[in-house]
Design a protein around this ligand. Structure first.
Ligand SMILES: CC(C)c1onc(-c2c(Cl)cccc2Cl)c1COc1ccc2c(ccn2Cc2cccc(C(=O)O)c2)c1
Length: 232
């Protein structure tokens, strides 16, 4: 049937994609990727700086999601805490698959592989990156999928799940139509995209274990990461 994205939906997508594009890791942080040394310590410190910068970027992005700021204040925090890792896995997947300028991609991959993360987490992590790359998401789909991840109603401690569900459904509806428009040859594309969200949840459980193993080896995180990940 003819897929039609309404004017209202087009405006919604524009607000979200503009916000998504406005927030990039500051150049000086991304530049460090290429400069600093390669010890596991150095890599961990760099990744910690990038994760911290990404959380700040994520908070700013989330404030631009239409309707987010009208949610209960404590629910806003619960959604951010519950989705931060998943949103950053999506973001790092998009960055690693986008072939960043001047070889940042290989360097970032190398630093992640050599930052004290055990092999049992590296494998599923890079399988995820590969599975995201194979989807060849268009830019709008990336921004909308990140928004849908943030607006997941059943995060821990969310009180008004219905309000979050209503916001998420609005985004799901426009993402469904965009998938039909951008991938007409693959009617299952939307379902495959949502399947990645299930894989993200698994990764987020692995991530909690990664944090524990880093802490056991006395790795320090920044105050912002401690707050958002409830560590230390
Ligand atoms: C605390 C730190 C050691 C950590 O713990 N878990 C993860 C960790 C790991 Cl090792 C993998 C995936 C998710 C997390 Cl939280 C991390 C590192 O988190 C990162 C690292 C890099 C990330 C991100 C997110 C994106 N990028 C890449 C990037 C590079 C350049 C530009 C941009 C941009 O947005 O313009 C983004 C997070």
């Amino acid at each position: 049937e003819k897929v039609e994205i309404t004017k209202k939906q087009q405006a919604l997508v524009k607000v979200i994609v503009d916000a998504y594009d406005r927030h990039q890791i500051p150049q000086d942080v991304a530049k460090k990727l290429l400069q600093d040394q390669y010890s596991a310590e150095e890599n961990f410190l760099l990744l910690t700086e990038m994760a911290t910068s990404q959380v700040q970027v994520l908070v700013e992005f989330t404030k631009n999601i239409p309707g987010f700021l009208s949610l209960d204040r404590e629910d806003q925090i619960a959604l951010l805490k519950g989705s931060a890792v998943e949103a950053m896995f999506l973001r790092s997947a998009q960055v690693l698959n986008k072939k960043m300028p001047s070889g940042h991609t290989e360097v970032l991959e190398e630093r992640i592989r050599k930052s004290g993360i055990s092999e049992e987490f590296i494998t599923p992590m890079f399988n995820f990156y590969k599975s995201i790359g194979e989807l060849h998401m268009v830019h709008e789909e990336q921004a909308l999928l990140t928004t849908i991840t943030i607006l997941t109603p059943d995060r821990p401690y969310v009180k008004d799940q219905l309000a979050v569900e209503r916001l998420q459904e609005t985004i799901l509806d426009v993402l469904r139509k965009m998938c039909l428009l951008h991938h007409p040859q693959d009617p299952q594309y939307f379902a495959r995209l949502l399947g990645r969200l299930t894989e993200l949840r698994t990764l987020s459980h692995y991530h909690a274990e990664m944090l524990t193993s880093w802490r056991v080896n006395d790795h320090k995180f920044t105050p912002l990461l401690c707050e958002i990940w409830d560590v230390q």
